[in-house]
Design a protein. Structure first.
Length: 339
């Protein structure tokens, strides 16, 4: 059994047998429409408390790691400046070119399994090595032998260094062969919306497509605009969601910190959202265990984010809390939900 399967499968005894067991998934075999009942009013994240805890406990670390102002006067100031540093705020003026796409992919891979503070000093060096994020020039340099994986590995510290460097070069080759990649992503987005997938579900839906390499079952491939390989190099659904957020798409990136805290704070909402996650997975034609878990936690993030707050903002605050304050194995009983 894979690690991903172990995350969502539990083993329970079979009644009336000795030593026997059966595998039970938290996901039903089919989506069942709920019986008529009172409208479900989910709890929401207490983002003010999250920001206050970050300010009280981790302010100095965050100032050091992200180059924040040392004159932050309030929890709101800290939260606003930290979110701005992540650079994922939506903008209507940016033109999506293949350079933009390549930069988004490189930054996502750079954040993979390494402390962001160890990667930030190397971002400008990577930009120079990759010809200002020009995938065509990067591919030519690889062909000429003037750029190799080893040139990138030294700028990507950590255990995934080699795999991330390889993926960055494969992204360059992919984009060199697909000059309109950004437009295709937007066409895919529009096609999925037309099938009835909700606007707030589009980022996780596209992230599953990119992270698994399975074209959505609910739409036909788009002739003359199909991405040559819909599997995003070096990315599963979680990292693919970070890639899309670097393109200013709005959504949760439920990584290990976010999943751990959402499961701790909102186990009832997680149970409530598994049906919708399964429905989305079936519409996409992908029931891979990791895709199901990713969709379930993405749905939890959508549901518990306060109205008017971008999902990306809520996710980044929860992530920072998990990385700096509510660390694994050292979580407190502080209440971060409003019922």
């Amino acid at each position: 059994m894979s690690v991903e399967e172990e995350k969502i499968i539990r083993v329970v005894p079979i009644v009336g047998t000795t030593g026997a067991s059966k595998v039970v998934s938290p996901y039903p075999s089919a989506v069942v429409s709920p019986s008529p009942q009172k409208a479900y009013s989910p709890p929401i994240l207490n983002l003010n408390r999250i920001k206050q805890r970050l300010f009280d406990v981790a302010r100095e670390q965050l100032i050091r790691d992200y180059g924040l102002s040392s004159r932050l006067r309030s929890a709101d100031d800290l939260g606003d400046e930290l979110i701005a540093k992540f650079g994922q705020a939506w903008t209507a003026t940016e033109t999506i070119t293949n350079r933009t796409v390549y930069r988004a992919a490189v930054l996502a891979l750079g954040s993979n399994m390494r402390a962001w503070r160890t990667f930030v000093p190397n971002i400008e060096k990577l930009q120079n090595v990759l010809s200002d994020y020009d995938p065509n020039a990067t591919t030519r340099a690889v062909t000429a032998g003037t750029l190799t994986k080893d040139h990138l590995k030294v700028l990507l510290p950590g255990q995934s260094s080699s795999a991330d460097a390889d993926a960055i070069l494969r992204w360059a080759a992919l984009l060199a062969s697909a000059p309109n990649y950004g437009r295709v992503l937007n066409d895919l987005r529009s096609a999925l919306l037309a099938t009835g997938i909700l606007e707030e579900e589009i980022l996780p839906a596209v992230a599953v497509v990119l992270g698994t390499g399975q074209w959505p079952q609910c739409i036909e491939r788009m002739p003359d605009e199909t991405i040559p390989d819909c599997k995003a190099p070096g990315m599963g659904p979680t990292l693919a969601s970070e890639f899309l957020r670097n393109l200013h798409w709005n959504g949760f990136k439920p990584d290990r910190h976010v999943r751990r805290l959402l499961k701790r704070w909102f186990p009832d909402v997680l149970d409530q959202e598994r049906n919708r996650a399964l429905e989305l997975a079936d519409r996409l034609g992908c029931r891979q265990p990791e895709a199901l878990e990713f969709l379930a936690y993405s749905r939890v993030g959508i549901v518990v984010t306060p109205s008017g707050t971008p999902f990306t903002v809520a996710d980044n605050l929860v992530w920072a809390l998990g990385a700096y304050v509510e660390k694994s194995g050292r979580e407190t009983d502080t209440l971060y939900r409003c019922d």
